[in-house]
Structure formats: structure tokens, C-alpha cells
Write a new protein. Structure first.
Length: 272
């Protein structure tokens, strides 16, 4: 699993501009973490000139600290050195070296987890991954805009075993509703159906499977929901929207379709 949507390009940029990569990753993580941003530290080396002029210095490492762990990514000469450390009582009891891609996978999971805990809202996990831009690629959830029927009909089987079993009937019904609406619409309405099929639905599944499996299944947040329960709620909202889309398409009600599009964008866009 690669940690970035366009993994090879992103990792190449990390090699081409390591200081810029650390700076951008740190800034994105702070936005994603929100109230939990204090757990993140960007370490910089400051020369005498930097200190005299108040410049921040050259970023050399990014560190995320959480309950029982510390994740550190450091530029060590010409290579990246990632580390995951287990911490008990403030003492490191185990260290595991990680390659850059592996470290980013773990980092994305822990940022999502910390953001959800801080917000007390299970859906904050998915929002954090979107804001961070480190959603692990899940090719099994890809729906090709050029072949919606094959992509949507096969999606429930591809999701089986990766999401709670209760989610599969939702996915099946959403797929069927979108396929019923698709041939009846054109223009902006058709673009909305395609976006729901190729972005909103797959991204909802990707955000869930990117999380640590045991935490996603069992962790309870302040809103009383687990991430698994939040996924089911999101899929229920998508299904209700797909019903409205299908009905509006059957009735040739363009206004209703576009209004539904506004709801979907607010509910499921990564930055929401």
C-alpha cells in the first residue's frame, strides 16, 4: 500500500525537495489535526545567522507523539529515516525503522485517529485524511468513469472483508440507484452521478479502510459512535441521496438533482 494518492510522484518530490516536503507535510498535518496539533513537532536546525535574524531554520525532522507511540521522520544525509517507537511512562521500549512510504502509511492512520479523538467525532477521521492528502491508495475501490456499470456492480464484492458486513447492502443499493439514474441524465446532472460513483462513494470506503482496523471497529468517541458506525451513517446518507437522484432523474427534475449535488459536496468533499 502506498501512502499517497499519486505515490511515485509524491515520493519523488520528497527526494527532490526534502526540506519543502517536510514543511508542507507538517503544515498539512497541523490543519488535519486541528485541536490535536500540539502533538506534532517540526524540528529545524538553526544556524547562528538564523538565530540572529529570527529565521526558522532548515527543517530536518517531523515528529508525531501520541498515546504510547512516537513517529519520527528525519532526513539523514541523502536518505529518509522513519521510525515508530513504543513509549511507556515516557520511556522508549521499542523502535522500528520504517521506509518513507511505510512511515507515511502509519502517520496517516495516526493523524486520522488523533483528529477523531480530539473532535470527539468519528467522521473527523475521514476529514483529516482528506485534509492531510495522505489517503492510502486503495485500487480495489476504483470506479472508472468510462465504465460505471462494471465498476459499480463489482464494488460490493471488492469491499467485502474490508468494511463491516452491514455496509455491503448499502453499497449494493447505492450502486443500483446510481446505475438507474446514469442513463437518464445529461450535463451537470450526469457529472453529479459520475462524481458520486467515482469519488464520494469510493473515498468514503477508502477513508475507513485507511484507519487502524481494531481502532476503527471498537473505539468509541465523544459522540458515542465508532468509526465503523460513522461509516454506516455516511453510507446511509449516500443511499438517501442516491434515491433522491434516481427519483429526480426519473421525473426529469434538474433543480432537485442540482440541489442534491450541493448536499453531497458539503457532506462528502474532503475539506468539509
Amino acid at each position: 500500500m502506498t501512502a499517497l494518492p499519486d505515490g511515485s510522484d509524491a515520493l519523488a518530490r520528497a527526494e527532490d525537495d526534502p526540506e519543502g516536503f517536510l514543511t508542507r507535510l507538517g503544515a498539512a498535518a497541523r490543519r488535519a489535526l486541528g485541536p490535536a496539533a500540539g502533538s506534532l513537532e517540526l524540528e529545524a536546525e538553526r544556524s547562528i545567522g538564523d538565530r540572529l535574524t529570527g529565521r526558522p531554520g532548515r527543517p530536518v525532522a517531523l515528529r508525531l507523539t501520541g498515546d504510547g507511540f512516537t513517529l519520527t521522520l528525519r532526513r539523514d544525509g541523502s536518505r529518509w529515516a522513519g521510525e515508530a517507537a513504543r513509549v511507556v511512562g515516557g520511556v522508549v521500549i521499542a523502535r522500528e525503522p520504517l521506509q518513507l512510504g511505510e512511515w507515511l502509511d502509519v502517520f496517516a492512520q495516526q493523524v486520522a485517529r488523533a483528529a477523531a479523538d480530539a473532535a470527539g467525532d468519528a467522521e473527523a477521521a475521514g476529514r483529516a485524511l482528506g485534509a492531510l492528502g495522505l489517503q492510502p491508495a486503495q485500487p480495489e475501490f476504483l470506479v472508472d468513469p468510462g465504465d460505471l456499470e462494471r465498476g459499480l456492480r463489482s464494488l460490493p464484492a471488492r469491499a467485502a472483508g474490508r468494511v463491516p458486513s452491514e455496509a455491503i447492502p448499502h453499497i449494493e443499493r447505492i450502486a443500483a440507484l446510481l446505475l438507474e439514474a446514469a442513463p437518464r441524465v445529461t450535463g451537470e446532472a450526469a457529472a453529479l452521478v459520475r462524481r458520486t460513483a467515482t469519488v464520494y462513494l469510493p473515498d468514503t470506503l477508502r477513508a475507513f479502510v485507511a484507519l487502524p482496523a481494531d481502532w476503527a471497529a471498537d473505539h468509541t468517541l465523544l459522540d458515542g459512535a465508532t468509526p465503523a458506525a460513522a461509516l454506516l451513517a455516511q453510507l446511509a446518507d449516500l443511499e438517501a441521496a442516491a434515491v433522491r437522484m434516481r427519483d429526480a432523474a426519473v421525473e426529469d427534475d434538474a433543480a432537485a438533482l442540482l440541489l442534491n449535488g450541493t448536499f453531497l459536496q458539503q457532506r462528502f468533499s474532503a475539506g468539509s
